[in-house]
Design a protein around this ligand. Structure first.
Ligand code: BTN
Length: 259
């Protein structure tokens, strides 16, 4: 990986596994002994986790599971991290493939309405740490899966880099590019807040301007997605009122399908 990494501080602690249960689980278990920015990469997960308690499916094909540990996160940061990671993945994969990609609020990276990458951010207050919580940002990119393989898993809205480009991309250079862009984004965020990145997010966010279903537990509402707030919330017009939907509290689906 040393040949590929161009970061200053992110992934200075870096571990690679051919197979692991879950890179997010690993970092959560070892957060106490690992430094800020520690990264774990795996080509296979046996118990990969997705958002809302779902499994992140693995069909034995090389995939990219990357997690990054960030110490001392405030509550405000926690709701923005999925958006920041999405921006980084979009930048990196666009650079590597030449394709135009979109973001589905809050944290999916899409190619032509199909999911190429999912992001799971988890956090925990560390005992005795008065500065805040640690966060683990987990990024799963579909590398090699074929259409038939997705269909077998009933993942009709998924695509892979192989399907998108016709080429097999190596896991290490892809992970290194994502880490490079994520460091750039985190540095901008640290210096200038989300304001410096909000326009880029809005311009690439396919959710805006669409009618969406906002699903929170058993509750479902229909609204029009109109803006992204300073705190990363999706601002929706519901029955003539503007309502802020916070990432982590609700999931958003299009009326006619995934987007
Ligand atoms: C989703 O779209 O539901 C989020 C999927 C997140 C998957 C990644 S793969 C790396 C990290 N480890 C996990 O167990 N999950 C995340």
């Amino acid at each position: 990986m040393k040949d590929f990494l161009r970061t200053q501080w992110l992934a200075k602690s870096f571990q690679y596994f051919d197979e692991i249960d879950s890179t997010n689980t690993y970092l959560k278990q070892h957060a106490g002994e690992l430094p800020n920015g520690a990264a774990v990469l795996a080509a296979r997960q046996t118990a990969g986790r997705g958002r809302l308690g779902r499994a992140w499916q693995d069909n034995g094909k090389p995939s990219l599971a990357l997690s990054v540990l960030l110490h001392k996160q405030t509550v405000e940061n926690l709701s923005l991290l999925p958006l920041l990671a999405g921006l980084a993945v979009r930048r990196a994969l666009e650079k590597l493939t030449g394709l135009g990609l979109q973001l589905k609020w809050s944290n999916d990276v899409l190619l032509e309405n199909q999911k190429l990458c999912g992001i799971l951010c988890e956090s925990r207050i560390q005992a005795g740490d008065s500065f805040g919580a640690f966060a683990v940002v987990g990024i799963g990119v579909n590398l090699e899966q074929t259409r038939d393989e997705f269909d077998l898993l009933d993942l009709v809205y998924a695509t892979s880099l192989k399907l998108a480009t016709g080429k097999s991309l190596e896991i290490l250079p892809v992970a290194a590019e994502i880490l490079y862009e994520f460091e750039q984004i985190l540095d901008i965020f640290e210096k200038n807040s989300f304001e410096a990145l909000r326009e880029e997010y809005k311009n690439s966010c396919i959710t805006l301007g669409r009618e969406v279903r906002i699903i929170s537990g058993n509750n479902e509402q229909i609204g029009m997605a109109v803006d992204i707030g300073k705190d990363g919330a999706l601002i929706c017009e519901i029955d003539g009122r503007l309502v802020n939907i916070n990432a982590g509290e609700a999931s958003v689906r299009g009326i006619y399908g995934y987007v």
